[in-house]
Ligand binder design. Sequence first.
Ligand SMILES: N[C@@H](CCC(=O)N[C@@H](CS)C(=O)NCC(=O)O)C(=O)O
Length: 227
Amino acid sequence: MTYELYIGDRMYSSWSLRGWLMLEKFTIPHEVTLVGLYSGTMAQDLAHLAPARLVPALKMPDSTVVGESLAMAETLAERHPQAGLWPSDPALRATARWLVAEMCSGFAALRTDCPMQLSHVWQGFEPSEAVQKDLNRIETLFSHARKLSDATNGPLFGAYSLADVFYTPVAIRILGYDLPVSAETRAYCMDLIQDPVVKSWRKQAQEVTYDPEPYALNLERGDWPVI
Ligand SMILES: N[C@@H](CCC(=O)N[C@@H](CS)C(=O)NCC(=O)O)C(=O)O
């Protein structure tokens, strides 16, 4: 028996991407099942995992089901202590947990106005004041992480951790809507999407066609920044 990860979609489901990264990036063996988030079959596809009802959902080797991303992350970290899901230093680990928890409960404007999409870069998107406030807060948190970890670039806490997992879809939103951030933050976002694992997720995402296209905007589209 291995972990069974249930995801809903690759192009648009930010939480599915987080669930997959927390297994894939730490080489935890798993199988992926795609459920019908956009085709309307999700409830029946997930019925056997009830009361889990959203994606991602994780079925563990002992058949226990975990239906929330943060609970999945903590459970995997506990079960795979050598895999380095959280930073090993206690202060960095506490801070990484904070950043992840704040991501899970915060940034409502960014999440509402800029749904994750891995297809193209929207040209001329004008962020609202509330989105700008979320971006400022995200950059404040990134600076705090980097100050503590002495990591001037690359993963937020020096070595790749769950913090980078949880902020990857945030980075995709920043780049996909060409949002105004510092050069340092943009470079970090680029690092995250250049990861071969993220590129392979995007490649699979592009195999699906949508009609109608979810979250379409009346704006020009530019090329995705990485092939
Ligand atoms: N709090 C949940 C959020 C999961 C979530 O909202 N997933 C979305 C897809 S990105 C979903 O399942 N949406 C379907 C629905 O709301 O019915 C977690 O952390 O895992």
